[in-house]
Design a protein around this ligand. Structure first.
Ligand code: RFL
Ligand code: PHB
Length: 392
């Protein structure tokens, strides 16, 4: 088998890249370890920047996100018992975000890929990458008990943090940066109307909480928890009680509870691998970098990586120029590090850290107060939250 670009991973990065390359007339095959249903069962991101929406439109898959996604012009910060609105739209010169689940983005991309008749190999075991430092890269994998080899011009490693692509790069060629946070997020998805029409990020004595949503009738809530906790030990009732205790009285009263559709604990991590290109292998999305979810940046960064990679590859095949792919890593990393900084900062500001101490606590309170009283500080939050500009 041969294709132009072999894409490892059918998450949002891999599927979006596949669709954009297809639109540019570039052949590609996606190789995914799991089944399609398994990929769709993972509940993750919910907030899309305009840059991500624009890329979905360029890939021809924005119709449902535009029709069903909820445009949000602001977020609320809750601390010291009071909510404060950050006017994202007003402070960012008219930008907004769209609340639309990653599951739905993935579903739309899968359907578009199937409709275009493009090949996706699901349940591919023991995926291995070969010769990407030479001119004839190959991807091998086992499916249905048989070993297959896929030859290609380039490999796009879109296989997430635990994927094989980054691990295939010789350790000496890779520099990694990592920070692990001393807590996780316990998340619940439920078919109940959201407590408020905008997202609420709460810093409380009991820890961080986030009220998000997927639609007018489906809510997504999170509470900061210790990484020693077991999800099985959290009944729905215990979760709702903990969330309610972290809200202001008005929100607590409005909170509608119901059976959870999904409940999970996610660790929080900051991670970057540099560079994002090795010969004919490109890393994109979570395969190259992880942010803690507080700033809602993970999926959006994955999309902007893909935006650069797709443009670089289209230039390579169309104009026979390798300028775009040669600049890929540096250009992506400039945006990645700014999103890393923002996600780390917002995480540090909104969570209770076991080792913060009374001085750290007072500094956090002062910064929160400054953030909502200073237009300069609120503007910086808004500018980052809606998404920093891309360089294309
Ligand atoms: P994914 O989604 O992990 O997809 C990678 C795919 O690769 C497959 N794979 C392999 N395939 C073949 N061979 C192998 N050896 C393979 N190993 C793995 C996997 O099965 C999978 O299908 O990475 P991708 O595409 O780069 O997408 C990244 C996003 O999923 C991620 O950044 C976001 O979900 C992060 N995130 C958020 N991002 C936002 O922009 N806004 C948000 O509001 C937001 N909220 C979140 C989040 C992540 C969370 N968790 C659970 C980490 C909330 C949470 C709780
Ligand atoms: C979500 O809806 O899952 C979500 C929203 C905002 C975040 C993180 C997660 O910052």
């Amino acid at each position: 088998m041969r294709t132009q670009v072999a894409i490892i991973g059918a998450g949002p990065s891999g599927l979006l890249l596949g669709q954009l390359l297809h639109k540019a007339g570039i052949a590609n095959i996606v190789i995914e370890r799991q089944s399609g249903d398994y990929v769709l069962g993972r509940i993750r991101a919910g907030v899309l920047e305009q840059v991500t929406m624009d890329l979905l439109a360029q890939a021809g898959v924005a119709e449902r996100a535009l029709a069903e996604g909820l445009p949000h012009d602001g977020i609320e910060l809750l601390f010291a018992g009071q909510r404060h609105r950050i006017d994202l739209h007003g402070l960012s010169g008219g930008k907004r975000v769209t609340v639309y689940g990653q599951t739905e983005v993935t579903r739309d991309l899968m359907e578009a890929r199937a409709a275009a008749g493009l090949t996706t190999v699901y349940q591919a075991a023991d995926v291995q990458l070969h010769d990407f430092d030479g001119s004839n890269p190959t991807v091998s994998y086992t499916q249905g008990g048989q070993r297959h080899a896929l030859q290609c011009d380039f490999i796009a490693g879109c296989d997430g943090y635990h994927g094989i692509s980054r691990q295939s790069v010789p350790a000496a060629a890779l520099r990694t940066y990592e920070k692990v946070y001393p807590f996780g997020w316990l998340g619940v998805l439920a078919d109940v109307p959201p407590v408020s029409h905008e997202l609420i990020y709460a810093n409380t004595e009991r820890g961080f909480a986030l009220c998000s949503m997927r639609s007018e009738s489906r809510s997504r809530y999170y509470v900061q928890c210790s990484m020693d906790e077991q999800v099985e030990n959290w009944s729905d009732e215990a979760f709702w009680n903990e969330l309610r205790a972290r809200l202001d009285p008005q929100a607590a009263e409005r909170l509608i509870t119901g059976p959870s559709l999904e409940k999970s604990i996610a660790p929080l991590r900051s991670f970057v691998a540099e560079p994002m290109r090795f010969g004919r292998l490109f890393l994109a999305g979570d395969a190259a970098h992880i942010v803690p979810p507080t700033g809602a940046k993970g999926l959006n960064l994955a999309a902007s990586d893909v935006g650069y990679l797709w443009r670089g590859l289209a230039e390579y095949y169309g104009e026979k120029s390798s300028v775009g792919i040669d600049r890929y890593s540096d250009t992506c990393l400039r945006r990645v590090w700014k999103a890393e900084r923002f996600s780390w900062w917002f995480t540090s500001l909104m969570h209770r850290f076991p080792d913060n101490g009374p001085f750290g606590q007072k500094i956090q309170e002062a910064e929160l107060d400054y953030l909502v009283r200073s237009q300069a500080a609120s503007t910086s939050l808004a500018e980052n939250y809606v998404g920093l500009p891309v360089e294309w």
